[in-house]
Design a protein around this ligand. Structure first.
Ligand code: 13P
Ligand code: SF4
Length: 297
């Protein structure tokens, strides 16, 4: 199926982007694997006619926001993000009416209509930089309360929280970490900022998914406990075959990130199904927030 996919990509002048949590066979056939920030930047720069996005819905939406002249395909339309579903424009407007005027910093893991109401977007790779760049002492950060608390711990800004979270990162407990450390006493513990503050407090390194791959590659250390979705173990091992990686918890498995299959990609490319679009009245204001983030780098 790999050859079929590569042939169809060529015929359609298409590029295949895959998130670092995607199944191994999808990462292996992709043109580029990366974290949310890297994939957004690539989506804004490619000259392909079609972007096949192997990730979840908000990622394909962001690609379309940046490249509306392209066809963006999400090979399985059911691949969503439960955290992104924890915020919507009506609830955000209601909350904003209760607060004094302040910027809204929105994690890319959110619906386009929420990005459209935001000052700027951020990802796990740049959240601290984005918060610091705001010309205000206070801001509202949506939807991830754990990411927001992490950013607050790294800046002097006052960050108002939203009650959203990733169900898979939020379930990592200090007890899981103690168990993993006991089993691998020499390992470095890396954690994703979507984990709870009590888990991040025990981490040696806090980074985005690609940040973890870079850290492990550059570090002289030989073994690592990985506090993020278990799909990251594959690219970590691929980039560092001489090093060892252990999941902080086997329970950190995002079912939505595993929904796309090679068969879905073939079907989507053959029949041009799974197209993701955003209405222009939402795309334009959302683009401002996403572009402001990308220009910041
Ligand atoms: P990254 O941007 O770090 O790759 O994370 C995306 C994500 O969905 C984490 O749950
Ligand atoms: Fe959403 Fe969490 Fe899955 Fe990332 S790992 S896509 S935040 S549910």
């Amino acid at each position: 199926m790999r050859e079929t996919i590569r042939r169809l990509l060529k015929e359609r002048n298409a590029i295949l982007l895959a998130h670092n949590y995607q199944p191994p066979e999808i990462q292996d056939v992709a043109d580029l694997c990366g974290d949310s920030l890297e994939l957004s930047i690539k989506a804004s720069q490619t000259d392909a006619d079609v972007i096949v996005f192997c990730g979840v819905h908000f990622m394909a939406e962001t690609a379309f926001i940046l490249s509306p002249e392209k066809i963006v395909l999400l090979p399985n339309p059911n691949a969503g993000c439960p955290m992104a579903d924890m915020v919507n424009p009506e609830a955000l407007k209601k909350r904003l009416a209760e607060l004094p005027p302040m910027p809204v910093v929105t994690y890319v893991n959110s619906p386009a209509a929420v990005k459209a109401l935001s000052t700027v977007c951020c990802t796990s790779a740049n959240v601290v930089r984005v918060a610091e760049s705001m010309d205000a002492d206070e801001m509202l950060m949506v939807p991830d309360r754990n990411l927001a608390q992490y950013a607050a711990s790294k800046t002097d800004k006052k960050i108002h929280l939203w009650e959203g979270y990733c169900p898979f990162h939020d379930r990592l407990t200090p007890e899981d970490i103690r168990r993993a450390r006991a089993a691998h006493p020499d390992a470095v513990f890396m954690a994703h900022p979507e984990c709870r503050p009590e888990a991040l407090g025990l981490a040696d390194v806090v980074a985005s998914t690609s940040g973890m791959i870079r850290y492990a590659s550059e570090s002289p250390e030989k073994s690592f406990i990985v506090g993020t979705e278990v799909g990251l173990l594959y690219p970590l091992k691929k980039a560092n075959p001489d090093k060892e990686f252990f999941p902080a918890s086997e329970q950190m498995l995002c079912t939505d990130m595993k929904k796309i299959t090679l068969g879905d990609i073939v079907r989507s490319l053959e029949q041009m199904t799974g197209e993701v679009r955003v209405p222009e009245e939402i795309r334009k204001p959302a683009l401002k927030a996403v572009e402001r983030m990308i220009q910041m780098k």
